[in-house]
Design a binder for this molecule. Structure first.
Ligand SMILES: Nc1ncnc2c1ncn2[C@@H]1O[C@H](COP(=O)(O)OP(=O)(O)OP(=O)(O)O)[C@@H](O)[C@H]1O
Ligand SMILES: [Mg+2]
Length: 349
């Protein structure tokens, strides 16, 4: 049995490659429930892109501390800190920077532009520097691609003016207006996607790509590939559904000689505990929460309707219990484990 490697995502890959094959026109928002494999898909595709045709700038905001507007701008750039805190940059000019560049974490910056970008009016200058950089890439015969992962983190940034508008305008500039750079933004925060989806300025200027858990067939094939027998595959599906993170965990359990039954029981127990503590911490809302979750006693997924209390739904989405898909207008538990935990609690409530 072999270690887990990237599996499937044929449809999503086809869609993304289709977009990359044409001139940049729309912003692509990649969304889906937590741990569904969004980052994995993106990083895999970045690896696969021919370096003679594309230069990818990948920025993951997950680990960035974004307390201010300036933090956000700085988080976009790749800067090495020398001991003593001074910024050091190897390359002098943009032309020097490009030939070697193919897959880049962060936006590289040259010495000549540091002052320009980091003096006043940071965001405006940062964005115009990025346009210059992307033009330079284009002039070298390659297509620039920008990928921002965990974009919802900009929602934490408290600023005077709304950062989100400035950033989306910049994205629209890069795609629809200038056709200069492909823009992909990923998030597992479905409330953030709902905000994006309701944003008038983005209407007709972006598209949405759902990266969901695997379906039954894909899951079954993935598990067979890793040597799980019929019974183990069935138990795994009953516990994790097609959640890639859960599947990988169970495959690894098997690989290391562990017992799948024990492991699935443990995983379910953890999901139930998490739900019980969430209810205990929110006593005043408990009966409303139980009420809302009771929809899932019989259904795995429901259509969003006016009668659903949006505040409470938002709360449960924030707690990573429910996933809201604003594009399809559906609501479902974030994972099969969450669904099972909900059903267990319903039995006791
Ligand atoms: N297509 C795949 N093939 C094999 N393993 C995968 C695949 N997709 C995801 N995984 C595994 O599942 C786990 C979760 O994936 P990943 O971090 O990409 O999810 P995500 O949707 O980005 O999560 P988050 O919601 O936290 O951003 C990782 O350990 C990854 O290796
Ligand atoms: Mg991710």
């Amino acid at each position: 049995m072999m270690e887990v490697t990237f599996y499937d995502r044929e449809q999503e890959t086809k869609e993304i490659m289709g977009t990359l094959g044409m001139k940049p026109r729309l912003i692509t928002f990649i969304y889906g429930p937590i741990n569904s494999g969004k980052t994995e898909l993106i990083t895999h595709l970045i690896e696969e892109l021919p370096p003679e045709d594309y230069v990818v700038f990948y920025i993951n905001l997950r680990t960035k501390l974004l307390a201010s507007y300036d933090d956000f701008i700085e988080s976009l750039f790749e800067m090495e800190m020398e001991t003593g805190g001074a910024m050091r940059k190897g390359k002098e000019t943009l032309a020097e920077l490009i030939p070697s560049a193919t897959k880049i974490t962060g936006i590289p910056i040259t010495r000549e532009f540091i002052d320009y970008v980091f003096k006043d009016n940071k965001s405006k200058n940062a964005f115009s520097y990025m346009i210059k950089l992307f033009e330079e890439v284009k002039n070298s015969g390659k297509q620039p691609v920008m990928v921002l992962d965990e974009l919802q983190k900009i929602g934490d940034v408290k600023v005077n003016g709304p950062l989100i508008y400035e950033l989306f305008n910049f994205f629209i500039d890069l795609t629809k207006e200038l056709h200069l750079c492909h823009v992909f933004a990923a998030t597992s925060d479905s409330l953030f996607i709902e905000r994006v989806y309701s944003e008038a300025m983005l209407e007709g200027r972006c598209r949405y790509l759902l990266v969901d858990d695997f379906d039954y067939e894909t899951t079954s094939m993935f598990l067979s590939k890793h040597g799980l027998n019929d019974r183990e595959r069935e138990m795994t599906w009953n516990c994790c559904g097609g959640k890639p993170a859960g599947l990988v965990e169970l495959v690894n359990t098997k690989l290391s000689g562990g017992d799948i039954v024990t492991k699935t029981e443990q995983m379910l127990e953890e999901a139930v505990s998490r739900l019980i503590f969430m209810l205990a911490r929110n006593k005043e809302k408990k009966s409303d929460i139980v009420d809302m979750l009771s929809i899932f006693a019989s259904d795995k997924e429901v259509k969003y309707s006016d009668s659903i209390n949006l505040d409470l739904l938002s709360f449960l989405v924030k707690q990573n219990i429910l996933f809201l898909d604003p594009v399809r207008r559906t609501i479902k538990p974030q994972s099969r484990l969450n669904l099972l935990a909900i059903r267990e609690i319903m039995g006791d409530a």
